[in-house]
Ligand binder design. Structure first.
Ligand code: ATP
Length: 453
């Protein structure tokens, strides 16, 4: 079968996401709201597995990183000091003919003057700043003194809690503070499904260090983050490291990499890894008047630490995982006729459901009872799904489509009816190869855990 073109592939992915309950349009019954999405029963599991794995690798498996969970609304002074209130904006141009609002870099200029890409009109306003932060008011009065913003990144909460966390964790440099949480940006042009949303989640680490370690740690974290993506099933060949050029980099950064992925709609950023120097802590120290210095006991020196920041998007990574996993192949149906099979080849580690359990027939009480016993056995260790309806081939196919890596079938051999040596064994089917093996029920938990890791 010929491979579908990339836009067809993307359409199929979007449709599967809705059909199987990964991702829905937010407020869909009211016509939706642009750039906002809801995760359904399977999407929420996938997202949670990704966040849990990030937390495990970035926090639990390390001695030098601690976590935190900051509030979404913070004192407006935070956004003034960080520079977001003045500079977190995209320059925008309005077309007076068709009223389109365009990002200045989308306006066509082929040497014959600026032109609207929507209507071709040439009556355009000068670029004006459009702040990407959502403004809101705290408390009963809506005036200048009650303004704040929904945070556009999680990082600032880490910077403003630096001192508290340093005091309580007693960490020595280099050490990091990690956080996963919502961020909001009033993007002008949300697009490519969840890729550019107005509400999204970030997984950020601020890794504090001495100035002289910054560049080396930038390289270190770039490599660690590439390994992370490989460990969740995104091959190195589809990942690209873009060195952000001097003129595109934030003025305070001494080096920034974008980790990009080949999405069906093109190569796009998954994560930024930036050496932000001591800019953020210095800004907050200046603005708050509170010391954010670190005291180096060995050298008897006080200084503001530098920081390297790997900042990843949860939603973009979920989308990359789905795009990477989506595949179509040929598999026999219940009558042995070949048919197209849709399969999400998720790494077992992040697959929403780890194992499906089926009694061969739903009207055989003993098969059903045994299958339910197996569900109870597995459930404390992994997320399992019980399904007794329809032909077994159909049931496998439904699980393939949502990326369940393992299927356990309880049949008459499990009951020892044909061969007593097979009593209390089941068929374990692997999603990608469709290979089946006979496994003792007592070995199932250990076996599955070792294959899911
Ligand atoms: P872009 O250039 O694509 O707008 P950015 O460079 O502004 O992204 P950062 O500020 O570095 O993004 O944010 C870190 C990460 O947060 C990004 O790599 C991305 O994964 C995620 N992210 C940023 N903006 C969005 C968005 N609008 N929707 C979904 N994820 C986002």
């Amino acid at each position: 079968m010929s491979a579908p073109s990339d836009s067809q592939r993307m359409e199929k992915i979007v449709s599967l996401c809705k059909r199987r309950g990964f991702i829905f349009q937010s407020s869909e019954i009211y016509g939706g709201l642009n750039g906002l999405w809801d995760y359904g029963p399977l999407g929420v599991e996938l997202k949670r597995n990704l966040k849990d794995y990030w937390w495990r690798v970035m926090v639990h498996e390390r001695d030098d990183v601690v976590g935190m969970d900051g509030s979404i609304l913070m004192n407006r002074a935070v956004w003034k000091a960080s520079g977001h209130e003045d500079t977190f904006s995209d320059p925008m141009v309005d077309c007076r003919s068709c009223k389109a609002r365009l990002r200045a870099d989308q306006v066509i200029d082929k040497g014959k003057g600026r032109q609207c890409p929507v209507c071709g009109g040439k009556d355009l306003t000068e670029p004006r700043s459009f702040n990407l932060m959502f403004k809101t008011y705290v408390g009963a009065t809506e005036d200048e003194s009650s303004i704040t913003y929904l945070r556009p990144e999680t990082a600032q909460a880490i910077f403003v809690q630096f001192k508290n966390i340093l005091d309580v964790s007693r960490k020595k440099l280099p050490f990091g503070i990690a956080q996963i949480g919502k961020a909001f940006r009033n993007e002008i042009n949300p697009r490519n499904f969840t890729f550019r949303s107005r509400e999204f989640e970030q997984m950020e680490l601020e890794y504090f260090c001495r100035a002289e370690e910054g560049m080396k740690l930038l390289e270190y974290w770039k490599e660690e983050r590439l390994k992370f993506y490989e460990n969740i099933g995104i091959p190195r060949s589809k990942l690209h490291v873009l060195t952000v050029s001097d003129d595109e980099r934030a003025f305070y950064s001494k080096g920034t990499y974008d980790i990009e992925y080949d999405f069906p709609f093109g190569r796009q950023e998954l994560e930024g890894v930036a050496y932000r120097t001591d800019y953020d802590l210095s800004q907050h120290q200046k603005a708050s008047g509170k010391s954010l210095e670190y005291f180096d006991e060995e050298r008897k020196q006080k200084f503001i630490p530098h920081v390297v920041e790997p900042s990843a998007g949860v939603d973009r990574t979920v989308l990359a995982l789905i795009c990477e996993a989506y595949s179509e192949d040929q598999a026999p149906d219940d009558k042995g006729k070949m048919e197209t099979r849709i399969v999400l080849r998720f790494h077992p580690r992040i697959a929403p459901v780890k194992c499906a359990v089926f009694p061969l027939l739903k009207n055989k009480e003993q098969l059903v009872a045994k299958a339910k016993e197996i569900v109870d056995l597995l459930r404390p260790n992994l997320f399992v799904f019980y399904d007794e309806s329809g032909a077994i081939g159909r049931r496998y196919r439904r699980q393939d489509e949502i990326g369940t890596p393992f299927g356990v079938t309880v049949d008459f051999e499990t009951l020892g009816e044909k061969d007593s040596a097979l009593r209390d064994t089941v068929t374990l089917r692997e999603r990608d190869s469709m290979k089946q093996e006979r496994v003792a029920i007592k070995d199932l938990v250990t076996l599955l855990i070792s294959r899911i890791a």
